[in-house]
Design a protein around this ligand. Structure first.
Ligand code: AMP
Ligand code: ZN
Length: 296
């Protein structure tokens, strides 16, 4: 099995592209596609720093690695969600990665800021933990992105395709708009970009392996039954029978511009912090109010 480009021994077979590549050619191919994704969707063109949200998982750590490698100025942001047995480990991987590469990292500790971790916060809020966790992450990432041109997350093709699948299955048209590779800034939201939206987790795993990037491989203990994992599993089976199915599914969605004309939610600034929200007070400030009530 020879590499398609240099004829050395191939090490990976990319079924979606019908390509066999050696390690070096794979790295070039991978980096080039990330760079082209950034350019194609006009994600970032200035020399400003990109803030990268890093969880400690392979996707966001590899994203940080690639973006730096292809010449972007970066800064990392990690949110310690205070999930016992999981957050400590995740943070260690992020710290090690930043230290080894001499990268700038900021850590926000949810327990320090709100007095409790995600598990307890969701109990107090009376909401499922994934919902509270997602809300907290979105709010904190956006707040910390102040002063940056954009915020990058490690969302992959697998993430985007499975979210799209779920949104279509339930006809959540309002959510389709958020599936664009670039979410434009508005009065209270910073620009968000997903430079990995066209690369698969299989490719990212191989990149992590070649570049010797250590990461937390287990899933969050609170997301064991998350429907998103189920949707991913279904799409993996589809991909197995029909290589490139995920890529076609997501690319066609973008090409046809389905995320553009969907129903806009009516948003207004939160009475307390100014973050745009559907109701008078945003979810983050409401959670803080509940915490205060629970403490008196
Ligand atoms: P997930 O929703 O867990 O698949 O995460 C999607 C993306 O959100 C990751 O690729 C990261 O960019 C970002 N992210 C998730 N968790 C954290 C965290 N604890 N701190 C910083 N960024 C995170
Ligand atoms: Zn608020």
């Amino acid at each position: 099995m020879k590499c398609k480009f240099c004829k050395e021994q191939a090490r990976i077979k990319l079924r979606s592209y019908n390509l066999r590549l050696c390690e070096n050619c794979f790295q070039d191919f991978f980096k080039k596609r990330v760079r082209l994704t950034i350019e194609k969707f006009k994600m970032h063109s200035s020399g400003d720093k990109i803030l990268i949200a890093v969880s400690g998982g392979k996707d966001s750590l590899c994203l940080w690695h690639v973006l730096d490698d292809i010449g972007y100025k970066t800064q990392g942001l990690h949110i310690d969600l205070g999930i016992a047995g999981y957050s400590e480990k995740s943070k260690e991987y992020v710290l090690k990665f930043a230290r080894d590469n001499n990268f700038n990292l900021k850590i926000i500790d949810v327990k320090e800021e709100l007095g409790a971790g995600v598990r307890e916060l969701s109990r107090i809020a009376g909401r499922v933990s994934c919902g509270v966790c997602g809300m907290l992450r979105r709010y904190i990432m956006n707040r910390e992105a102040e002063g940056f041109n954009c915020l990058a997350t490690g969302h992959t093709l697998d993430d985007e395709a499975s979210t799209l699948f779920g949104n279509l299955l339930n006809w959540q048209e309002g959510f389709l708009r958020r599936q664009s590779p670039v979410l434009k800034a508005n009065e209270s939201l910073k620009k968000k970009i997903k430079p990995f939206c066209l690369v698969s987790e299989e490719e990212i795993s191989f990149y992590a392996f070649i570049c010797n990037i250590g990461y937390i491989s287990e899933n969050c203990p609170l997301s064991k039954n998350a429907t998103s994992l189920f949707y991913k599993h279904i799409l993996d089976e589809v991909e197995e029978k029909m290589p490139a199915a995920k890529l076609k599914f997501y690319k066609q969605f973008i090409k046809k511009g389905y995320f553009k004309g969907t129903i806009e939610e009516k948003l207004m600034p939160c009475r307390i912090c100014g973050y745009l929200t559907v109701s008078g007070v945003c979810s983050f400030c409401r959670l803080k109010e509940k915490l205060n009530e629970a403490r008196v």
